[in-house]
Ligand binder design. Structure first.
Ligand code: HSE
Length: 428
């Protein structure tokens, strides 16, 4: 089996170098060498010695090359990647990709064509970089009924929130994003990270491989971290919480929850301890219970490790298709309604800016009690110009009721502007 690498950016260069550094260790494991038949890249990478490699500037040469058995799609993006993968499959080549958008948005079509052509499509590197989460869910936990997954699956957002959370930090969101870009964590278009789209792609795939439901990127609720302020982080800390961007999916009787958004996570929960660019995924399942997987979710080495794990699986099995792409037999996938976000139930953090007058607190609690929302914790802080910040953690509430209460709170004569809210994470 020979591979063809398409794309020599952060991931492609990592794979190229991993093969030369660990080739012998890999051979000890699988009894043969993994060799590169061709590399397709628009430009060389300074860290890769391509002198003895067959290099082409046209990535489509790689999928036409008869010596290539496994195509590594590491160019990212949408249109070209889809075209490349489809051509590789119709030329009967196995595909390994790190492209989460490709799988989340076109996976059904890709898997169906791959199965007709008798080739494998593997995507471990698409989710959580170096953490073998696809393998854990699709293989390690395959005897379980999986109930829920909750994870930090965008390293850039986690890095930004971590930096903003440092007690000494007075950095604003934009400054920290610039740092994340310099460090090479952010997507080419950083709105994919900070607006939650990257996490939404990954959670879409995780939900399907966990519950055996079709890929529903079209229905996922997506909210990023761009609205989180240093003030919210400080208040949350005072109340015993850390703000993290989570992907949460739950398998319910007739529907699935599928949502990515910022959350308050209790400080003593393991996910609150996940800092910087690191990712962590918790999986709740019936036999194994809750298990957690932690590691680098991005970067050259971790992502190359995931790509090569897939390549090695294909070589080990001589390309014989042994695992359904989404971990469930295609005819057994069960289409379920994706819950609307207003149907979700949980606690919430509210921040209300009010003019500091007698009776304001009574008005707030009257509105909340009309909607049967009880208060778990409350703090009040003086703000500029005689205003006050009232910060509340509610008990469990239906999001629809919470939204109605928030509108009424915003309509109070004493309230300044909209009411800010962040969901409180629950893990069960
Ligand atoms: N931009 C992604 C992240 C890279 O920050 O997690 C890995 O998919």
């Amino acid at each position: 089996m020979q591979i063809g690498i398409c794309g020599l950016g952060t991931v492609g260069s990592g794979v190229f170098n991993l093969i030369s550094e660990n080739g012998q260790e890999i051979k000890r494991r699988i009894g043969r060498e993994v060799t590169i038949a061709q590399v397709g890249c628009r430009r060389d990478h300074p860290d890769c010695d391509l002198s003895v490699t067959n290099v082409t500037r046209d990535i489509f040469d790689v999928v036409k090359n008869p010596d290539v058995d496994v195509v590594l799609e590491l160019i990212g993006g949408a249109d070209d990647a889809l075209k490349l993968v489809m051509e590789a499959i119709s030329n009967k080549k196995h595909v390994v990709t790190a492209n989460k958008a490709l799988i989340a948005e076109h996976g059904d079509e890709i898997f169906s064509v791959a199965s007709k052509n008798g080739v494998q499509v593997r995507f471990e590197a698409a989710i959580a970089g170096g953490i073998p989460i696809v393998k854990a869910v699709r293989e390690g936990l395959s005897a379980n009924k999986i109930d829920w997954i909750a994870g930090i699956i965008n390293g850039t957002s986690n890095y930004i929130l971590t930096e903003m959370s440092k007690p000494s930090s007075d950095l604003a969101f934009v400054d920290v994003l610039k740092d994340a870009q310099k460090l090479g964590y952010a997507e080419a278009d950083p709105t994919f990270d900070v607006e939650g789209i990257d996490a939404a792609h990954k959670l879409t795939i995780l939900s399907s491989i966990a519950f055996g439901v079709p890929l529903r990127f079209d229905a996922i609720y997506t909210e990023g971290i761009s609205g989180i302020t240093a003030e919210d982080i400080g208040y949350a800390r005072e109340l015993g919480y850390t703000i993290r961007h989570l992907g949460i999916t739950r398998n319910l009787k007739d529907s699935v929850e599928l949502r990515v958004h910022p959350c308050l996570v209790a400080n003593d929960h393991m996910l609150a301890q996940v800092n910087g660019v690191m990712n962590a995924v918790m999986v709740g399942s019936d036999a194994a219970g809750a298990t957690m997987y932690y590691g680098a979710g991005a970067g050259s080495g971790p992502t190359a490790s995931a790509v090569m794990g897939d390549v090695i699986d294909i070589v080990r099995t001589d390309g014989v298709h042994s695992i359904a792409n989404l971990g469930f037999m295609p005819e057994s996938l069960e289409a379920k309604r994706v819950m609307e976000i207003h149907e979700v139930v949980g606690g919430a953090y509210l921040r209300i800016v009010v003019s500091d007058k007698p009776g304001v607190m009574a008005n707030i609690s009257t509105i909340l009690s009309h909607h049967e929302i009880s208060i778990e914790a409350l703090i009040q802080k003086d703000a500029r110009g005689g205003d006050a910040h009232v910060v509340i953690i509610t008990n469990t509430v239906l999001e629809k009721s919470l939204n109605e209460a928030m509108q009424e709170l915003a309509g109070l004569e004493e309230t300044r502007g909209d009411v800010a809210s962040i969901r409180v994470a629950e893990f069960s």
